[in-house]
Design a protein around this ligand. Sequence first.
Ligand SMILES: O=C[C@H](O)COP(=O)(O)O
Length: 258
Amino acid sequence: MTTRTPLMAGNWKMNLNHLEAIAHVQKLAFALADKDYDAVEVAVLPPFTDLRSVQTLVDGDKLKIKYGAQDISQHDSGAYTGEISGPMLAKLKCTYVVIGHSERRQYHNETDELVNAKVKAAYKHGLTPILCVGEELDVREAGNHVSHTLAQVEGGLKDLPAEQAESVVIAYEPVWAIGTGKVCGAGDAQEVCSAIRAKVAELYSQDLADKVRIQYGGSVKSGNVAEIMGQADIDGALVGGASLDADEFVKIIRFREQ
Ligand SMILES: O=C[C@H](O)COP(=O)(O)O
């Protein structure tokens, strides 16, 4: 059986300037330094303006914390005002890039087609996508949450070769649970994450699907993370609000100690 290393990623969204970012990562590093945390991968996903500062700190202090961006342009360069390209993120040695977050889909009208182009752009430049999928409340209430989410998975991975797809991270984030304090029940999250893995197996192979990490995101906190992480197909968390509090994020990372 494949062992998947859990990925705990903090999506800071539009919070913390570059000075606050340095203080925050230092605090995380200090709190994690007393034990070997190889069993859990930790990543921060700051705003673009913080990435250089985070890179300098991680490189300089040889921290195990990884980092990435919250979005990427589908283009490599050119007249795309306000966009940030794959080569720019690669130059900053980002490991991850969040793609298709529901806030991008909702406020910037990102479609599955664009999300798919961004996933391909990430791989082209050696970045690992965290592909976000998940349903809005009305979709869940209509009972269409699984089919809706699987269509986003299929759209996001369209025509992606297996050698790339095997390293993708898929974050299941029910939109109604993001920033609302309403957590999706662990069993309900498992239902969708298991369906996502089955979809990846259908698109590629069971062997590949067993390697793919699937995160849950949506009001994850230290108090609920252990139950979420106890589910067979949940391999980590994409944490928003709670990742802005270093002590709380460290408790989430140390979910096994609860
Ligand atoms: O990317 C993170 C998710 O949107 C979850 O955010 P939240 O933990 O604040 O609910």
